[in-house]
Each structure stands twice: as structure tokens, then as C-alpha cells.
Ligand binder design. Structure first.
Ligand code: NAD
Ligand code: LMR
Length: 332
């Protein structure tokens, strides 16, 4: 077993953390050889609830789990962390868009960026889950200038998992037979779930998803809108936002970042744009990426048709607007 690493989860008393902490402690994210010191950050009124979470973590009796530190102080929570799950933020309610949370949540990511800058390892890998995730990740990175901006990512893996599951259901295959569906852009209702490059493994061989589905009307409209609105559909049904699936996606995202993607496969992550595909720089935009040695590379040269191009423009414009609004909120 290797030396423990410090891993922070913010919003540790909340509903996503409740599912996420088990995955981290059980070894499904950082591997079965990696022992973990958990740092659990929440706000002062939640410390009693957090005590209960700590009790349950102890009662899991998991050998990889070493220290567990519940705290309301960012300085303690971020000390020497190698990985950060930034979950703590207000979730949206029915009728809201995720960007409606900007004013309430962006300040949190400024404070936590500053704390990461001061206290975390310089090679820390940061995953922002709290909404609006892309813009929060951008703000967090701006306030942590001593950490490479490549180390800040936003979660669109839940959208990717949703898209993969929807395609598998339509094709009537097991979910892991579908690969390389892409989420472009913002984790919002302007995101573009793109099945154009996706493949499906059938007994007759590997085929492209569009040729197998053979229904452009469904792929370009029903499929896209279902994934764009899936978070809202869960809220309408549960009266609370997705949590179990969000936690699973956060674990998937960090595990792939840590251990890399499989040959020929890519995953979608919100990363600081380098201008690939003509997307403006300095927004956190979800791209298909491959990962090796804990570094991602944006998949290049995928053909983008005019319909896709116009969808990429819409979602990047929204991210530029969110960035401007976040800067206004932080100036006040
Ligand atoms: P929740 O309300 O159950 O938990 C949030 C927790 O964060 C609470 O315990 C709260 O006290 C804590 N918190 C608030 N401010 C904090 C701060 N400054 N520092 C540390 N902790 C703080 O919410 P949840 O369901 O766990 O969702 C958390 C966030 O994740 C929401 O913003 C939600 O919209 C977002 N989310 C994102 C995705 C995604 O795909 N990116 C998916 C699901 C949910
Ligand atoms: C989701 O996609 O389920 C989350 O971002 C929660 C939400 O507000 O939709």
C-alpha cells in the first residue's frame, strides 16, 4: 500500500458527498492500493451533521481510509491536498437554470481558489461539481495562480453518462458497449451532446452509432434535448437535484484523470479552452479528452458540421456571458 494522499471533499455534509465519500474510501477512485486521508469541508451550521458522516465513515471499516478531518476552515481542509472535489454549493430548485446560482455560488469558488493556492499541493487535481460548474472552475483557477490552469476541471461526466445510457437503451445494448459520445460546452441546457463520433460494439463488429440508429430526427432533437434537460427532469421528480448519479460521475471523472483513458477512448471534461475547435480561450468548455500520466489532451481534428458548429457557438457564448456576470458579482 502506498503513502496516504490527502483528498478534500467540500459540501461534505450534503447529498452528493454522501454517495461520493464511500467511493473514495473504498478505493474505486484512486485505486485499491492508495490509502486516503479525507478532509471534509462544510460550513459551521453543518458541523453536527458532518459528525454523523464521520461516524458512518468509521463504521464502514475500510482499510484504505486513514485520517478523517471534518472542518469548517478552508486552511485545514486544503492543506497538502492531492485531489479536490469541490461539491459544496447551493443546488438549483425546480424552474431555475444552473446559471441562476451564479450570484450565490461564485464567491465560494473565489475563496476556495485562494485556499487551494495557499495550502494545496501544486500538482493538485481539482474537480468542480458545484453549479454553475464550468464558470465556478474558471473562477477557482483565476484565484489560484500558482497552480497550473490545466489542473482545474468541471464535471460534464454526468451528462456523458446520461448520453451513453440513452444511446445504449435506444440500441438495446449493454451501456458499456457504447463509446465516445461527446458533451461539448457548458454543463447547462445549452450543452451539445454529440453522438456523431460514438461507436457501438455489436456481435457483428464495431459500428458507428448514427448508422445503427439511422434516425437523424431522433439523434438531433429528442436525444439532444433529453440530455440537456435531464437534470431538470430529475429535480422535477425528486424535488432535489441528482445526487447518486452525480457522485458516481465525479468518481468516474477523477478515476480517469488519475489512471488515464483506455486506448481509442475519450471522455468529456470541462477544461480551460486553448482555442481548439475555434472555441474562445479563457472559458471552461467541455471537450473530448484523452488522458495519460494525469494529463489530458483535447482530441483534435474531429469533423464538425455546420449544425454542430452553431450549437458550439451557442454554448460558448453562454459561457462568455457567465464569465462576465461572475466578474461583475466578484467586483461588487
Ligand atoms: P446539498 O445542498 O445537498 O449539499 C451542499 C453542501 O454544500 C451543504 O452541506 C452546504 O452546507 C455545503 N456548502 C455550502 N457552502 C459551502 C462552502 N462555502 N464551503 C463548503 N461547503 C459548503 O447539494 P448537493 O445536492 O450535494 O449539490 C451540490 C452542488 O452540486 C450543487 O451546486 C448542485 O447543483 C451541483 N451538482 C452538479 C452536478 C454536475 O453534473 N456538475 C450534478 C449534480 C449536482
Ligand atoms: C444535474 O445535472 O443533475 C445537476 O447539475 C443538477 C441540476 O441542477 O441539474
Amino acid at each position: 500500500m502506498t503513502e496516504p494522499i490527502n483528498v478534500v471533499v467540500t459540501g461534505a455534509a450534503g447529498q452528493i458527498a454522501y454517495s461520493l465519500l464511500y467511493q473514495i474510501a473504498a478505493g474505486t477512485v484512486f485505486g485499491p492500493q492508495q490509502s486516503i486521508n479525507l478532509r471534509l469541508l462544510d460550513i459551521p451550521p453543518m458541523m453536527k451533521v458532518l459528525d454523523g458522516v464521520v461516524m458512518e465513515l468509521e463504521d464502514l471499516a475500510l482499510p484504505l481510509l486513514r485520517e478523517v478531518l471534518p472542518t469548517a476552515e478552508p486552511a485545514k481542509a486544503f492543506e497538502n491536498v492531492a485531489a479536490a472535489f469541490l461539491v459544496g454549493a447551493m443546488p438549483r430548485k425546480e424552474g431555475m437554470e444552473r446559471k441562476d446560482l451564479l450570484a450565490a455560488n461564485v464567491e465560494i469558488f473565489k475563496v476556495q481558489g485562494e485556499a487551494l493556492d495557499k495550502y494545496a499541493r501544486k500538482d493538485v487535481r481539482v474537480l468542480v461539481v458545484g453549479n454553475p460548474a464550468n464558470t465556478n472552475a474558471l473562477i477557482c483557477s483565476h484565484y489560484a495562480p500558482s497552480i497550473p490552469k490545466e489542473n482545474f476541471t468541471a464535471m460534464t461526466r454526468l451528462d456523458q453518462n446520461r448520453a451513453q445510457a440513452a444511446l445504449a437503451a435506444r440500441l438495446n445494448v449493454q451501456v458499456d458497449k457504447v463509446k465516445n459520445v461527446i458533451i461539448w460546452g457548458n454543463h447547462s441546457s445549452t450543452q451539445y451532446p454529440d453522438a456523431a463520433h460514438a461507436t457501438v460494439e455489436l456481435s457483428s463488429g464495431v459500428k458507428t452509432v448514427p448508422s445503427e440508429i439511422n434516425d437523424n430526427e431522433w439523434l438531433n432533437n429528442t436525444f439532444v434535448e433529453t440530455i440537456q434537460k435531464r437534470g431538470a427532469a430529475v429535480i422535477a421528480a425528486r424535488k432535489m437535484s441528482s445526487a447518486m448519479s452525480a457522485a458516481k460521475a465525479a468518481g468516474d471523472h477523477m478515476r480517469d484523470w488519475w489512471f488515464g483513458t483506455k486506448p481509442g477512448e475519450w471522455v468529456s471534461m470541462g477544461v480551460v479552452s486553448d482555442g481548439s475547435y475555434g472555441i474562445p480561450k479563457d472559458i471552461v468548455f467541455s471537450f473530448p479528452v484523452t488522458i495519460k500520466d494525469k494529463r489530458y489532451e483535447i482530441v483534435q481534428n474531429l469533423p464538425i458540421n455546420n449544425v454542430a458548429k452553431s450549437k458550439l457557438d451557442i454554448t460558448s457564448k453562454e459561457l462568455e456571458e457567465e464569465r462576465a456576470e461572475a466578474n461583475n458579482v466578484l467586483k461588487k
